[in-house]
Structure formats: structure tokens, C-alpha cells
Design a protein around this ligand. Structure first.
Ligand SMILES: Nc1ncnc2c1ncn2[C@@H]1O[C@H](COP(=O)(O)OP(=O)(O)O)[C@@H](O)[C@H]1O
Ligand SMILES: [Mg+2]
Length: 246
């Protein structure tokens, strides 16, 4: 494994600039996660609350989206799906997704490079009907949702708007892993897998359990990397099942 700071070399200039201005260095959890994900592995991030796990998942996704061209078909635009069972979903999203995105845009402007054009949408039980219809017409790059809303999405015609998904982040896994809610989520993730074109081979990680990155079916079966920081007193897990074009 490279040094904690070296891992930042895997990000684009604007992301590095923002991160360097915001924080002294990546946390151990972030360095481990980015190393594994950057190497194309599935990754499970297990570390105490406040270790930067959610930011690790969002920042990698933002950076990838910023560097990828937009899909030709706008219906394939939603490439990152974030699922969290938390009631206070919006707080995590504001702090770990919207704030970094704004920071990366400002950093890009300072560096004279085009600011990332990344859209974020949320779908929960409270989402009004007109916003749900808008999701179907113009999916955002990143969709934030709950296990229950994901199930409903997959059960409706709107599931077509998930056909371009490459990365799935499952956060707060510990809150659902041992429950019916978790079993239901695992089923939804399998349903999502089944409808994606070029379906990759099954995750080696029992879902939902980890942050992972999937490779296309044509490449080698994805390896699973489990990485943990020092033994946490109260483990909290961020998880993701991802597909990668690379
Ligand atoms: N490398 C870092 N150094 C210092 N603070 C960080 C770092 N990464 C994230 N943070 C901050 O720590 C807090 C917790 O991050 P978060 O990703 O929500 O942690 P977790 O998901 O592990 O609970 C947030 O306010 C975030 O901005
Ligand atoms: Mg978190």
C-alpha cells in the first residue's frame, strides 16, 4: 500500500486541491478505501463513526464523474446510486457530497479547468410526485435513496433510469445487515444487478456488506478487498457495489 498522502494522486487536480485545502490528510479509512477501489477491487470500509467513510465513497464517485464524459443517452446519466437507511440522510449528503462538490467546482475555477457538471437527486418517501416524474425524464448523475425507495423504484417503470448505474454505495450497513430491512435491500441490489447490461459476476462479499467496485463482465472476476482500520469500538460500515467501465 502506498502512503496515505500518495493515494491523493489518484484524484483529479480540482479534487486534490479541494481536499488539500479542507483537510490535513486522508484518514486511514480513506487511504485504504481509495487504494482498494482505485485498484479495481471491491472494498469494505469498516472504521469508527467520524473516520471519513461516507466522504471517501462520495469523493471517489464525484472525481470519477468529473473525469468521465457524459453518457450520450441522458437516460443513462445516473451512474452513482447511494443507499442509506439513515433518517438524517440529507445531513450526510449536504456535508459529504454537496459541500465537496461545491468546493471542487470552486477549485476547478481557480485552476482554470472546466468545473464538473454533476447533478444530484434524492428519492425518499417524501419525494413529491412531480420530482419522481422528473427523475424518470432526466435522471441525475447521483441518486440518493433509501432501501425502501430503491425497492419502489425497481418495481416501477422508473427502474429504466437506473440502467446506467456503475457505482452503488451502501452506507450504514451495520444498521440493516442483521435485519429484514437488510435482507430486502440485498434482494433489491440483486434485482438491480440483474437489470444492468453487461452484468458482472457476483460480488464475493455477502451483500450488503461493503464498498465494492465492479469490473465489466469481460474482465477478470472482481476481487474483494476487505480493509479495516484498527479495531473499532463501535464498527460502522460504508458499503458499495460498483461497476466500472475501466
Ligand atoms: N481526512 C479528513 N480529515 C479530517 N476530517 C475529515 C476527513 N475526511 C472527512 N472528514 C470530516 O469528518 C467528518 C465525518 O466524516 P464522514 O465521512 O461522515 O465519516 P463516517 O462516514 O466515517 O462517519 C465530516 O465532517 C467530514 O467532513
Ligand atoms: Mg458515514
Amino acid at each position: 500500500m502506498g502512503s496515505v498522502v500518495d493515494v491523493l494522486e489518484r484524484f483529479g487536480r480540482a479534487t486534490r486541491e479541494w481536499f488539500g485545502a479542507a483537510f490535513a490528510a486522508p484518514t486511514g479509512a480513506q487511504a485504504g478505501a481509495w487504494q482498494a477501489i482505485g485498484d479495481g477491487h471491491h472494498a469494505l470500509v469498516v472504521a469508527p463513526t467520524g473516520s471519513g467513510k461516507t466522504l471517501a465513497a462520495f469523493l471517489w464517485s464525484l472525481d470519477q464523474l468529473a473525469r468521465e464524459p457524459l453518457p450520450a443517452d441522458p437516460k443513462r446519466r445516473c451512474r452513482v446510486l447511494y443507499v442509506s437507511p439513515l433518517k438524517a440522510l440529507a445531513v450526510d449528503v449536504e456535508r459529504n457530497l454537496r459541500a465537496p462538490l461545491t468546493g471542487i467546482r470552486h477549485a476547478a475555477a481557480r485552476l482554470g479547468i472546466p468545473p464538473p457538471d454533476i447533478t444530484v437527486g434524492m428519492r425518499t418517501g417524501d419525494t413529491p410526485a412531480d420530482e419522481r416524474r422528473a427523475f424518470q425524464r432526466t435522471p441525475p448523475d447521483i441518486l440518493i435513496t433509501t432501501p425502501e425507495s430503491l425497492f419502489l423504484l425497481l418495481t416501477s417503470a422508473a427502474r429504466e433510469s437506473l440502467a446506467g448505474v456503475e457505482t452503488v454505495i451502501v452506507d450504514e450497513v451495520h444498521a440493516v445487515a442483521a435485519t429484514k430491512r437488510g435482507a430486502h435491500l440485498a434482494l433489491s441490489l440483486e434485482r438491480l444487478d440483474a437489470m444492468l447490461p453487461g452484468r458482472p459476476s457476483a460480488s464475493a462479499c455477502p451483500p450488503p456488506c461493503g464498498r465494492s467496485r465492479r469490473r465489466p463482465a469481460s474482465s477478470a472476476a472482481p476481487a474483494t478487498s476487505r480493509w479495516s482500520s484498527r479495531a473499532p469500538p463501535r464498527p460502522s460500515r460504508s458499503a458499495c457495489r460498483c461497476r466500472s467501465k475501466t
